[in-house]
Design a protein around this ligand. Sequence first.
Ligand code: F6R
Length: 605
Amino acid sequence: MCGIFGCTSLREGVSRIIYDSLKKLEYRGYDSVGLATTYGGHIFVKKDQGRIEEVEGKLEISKLPGRCGIGHTRWATHGAPSKENAHPLTDCEGRIAVVHNGIIENYLELREKLASAGHKLRSRTDSEVIAHLAEEFLSRGLTIEEAVRHAALSLRGSYAFALISALHDDAIVCVRMESPLVIGISRDFVCCSSDVPALPPDVESVVIMNDGELAILTPQAVTIRDLGSGQQLPLKLLNKESIGGLVDKGGFAHYMIKEIREQPQVALNVISAPRAFILRLANELVKSDRVYLVGCGTSYHACIFGSYLLRLMADIDAHPVVASEFHDSCTRITPSTAVLAISQSGETADVLQVLRALQDKDVKLLALTNVMGSSITRLASLYVGLYAGPEMGVAATKTFIAQLLMLTRISIEAARIEGVNHDLTSSAERFLKSSAPLIEKAILVNELQTKDVAIDLASKTNAFFLARGINIVTALEGALKLKEISYIHAEGYPAGESKHGPIALVEEGYPCVFVCPRDETYNKIIGNIMEMKARGAFVVSCVEEGDKDVKEISDRTFVLPEIEPKQLTPVLHVIPLQLLAYYAALARGCDPDRPRNLAKSVTVT
Ligand code: F6R
């Protein structure tokens, strides 16, 4: 995680550009923030624990002098969130400064070597070794570029870093190895960034760095070299608009609510996305004897949904697997196996680790991601985009809906190729076509009601989210949303299983959120609601329009449009649960866009 940004410009005021971009990278971590610039042969550093605006208020980091600098927003891994561990980190003399995202696995060994060579390491981070290694190689007479290259070759792990030196008033050297890094070029400046949305508006073209590349940036030139050989590589310039635009809150209080409200548009994007790649991906799935859908967090919930649909609609032997638990012991990989990795960011380390481990094996690697040019798109032989637009809120919302809808499209294509389940596929297709207005309605109808229930929920410490069948996905996702942004402990559970232990927790007023479309599980779930009610639970239910029975026994209900096929009800029923989490976070005074301890892309395993 962590966000890094560097900029070298023809004009003064570079720290303001860095500061503005760090604000857009804050979703990647916000334990501490810092900035360093070169000016008059010196390096100036300002940094501290805390969020960017707090630190700016104290230190005015956006006012550092100079035309070249680097900045960092941190999600702590090695070393507690503190001023001393905040980046930029410097060498012994304060003549080199570095910002780093990722993990240096051999940092302990490197720290020991550097310390015995007389280096004074001041932080507890793994990152600081980079500055001292560069210092060490510089002292042996190498150029800054070669010193950084040799430093990087000493590192093991995943990293992207940017480094400045007092010796060069206008140069940034940066390296990418398994952590994202892009370069932005404008008329007046050149910059490097952990992601595209953080690039300043006047950037015209972009270079997406590959793993194992080093770049030297000056305001006039970008040079890319192969890290291993030092050989210069051709520059592949892309138009910025072709890989995603800029994002602001568009008048909303938070990105999360903006992104929830964008879901009807996302549905339109998904249903009008070009068919060719979806068809090719479906073809690969159909040709496979077995498919593993691999993801983490919300994307894993999409994997459960996708596996269910592929089995049901296209008779494909599909299985969801949590990426960090993808081992030989629980999977069987043969030449006719396919792995479909699902990741919003395309940078989640647990997912990339699965793909990297399988890269040299005879197995099809496929992907579904929202970020074109992300690492996952380079590891997979075939991928399909999600067309959701940049998602800035840490909690995934619109990309989850995009995943569900795209998996539905893929399952429909797969069923057609197999020539099975015509009625179900036609019904799913009809739903897709009308999904945008239905999602819109689900948001509008439930906005007030969810605000209201959120106020009741705000004083609680625990909640259950219970469902049966395909909506177990909805329950899991509803619970994840609530716990991650409001810090209310929430468990998603199969409703039928809840009597085998969890029910022991239920007492007067205990919140139980049920997902109850009128599908084949309806009567059974009424039984489960009654069991919880008998023990005093406060029952909130998601029901379809026209529902009477569940409404009658629930304390509160969220009403969703009635749809067919019922297998696609998670697309609508998850919406009030996203809103509930959002408003519960607000009611508890939590920042829904920046939940504690979390970051948008989890680039550590
Ligand atoms: C939850 C959330 C996380 C992510 C998970 C995977 O709201 O955002 O659980 O879903 O970290 O991230 P991606 O999809 O980028 O691989």
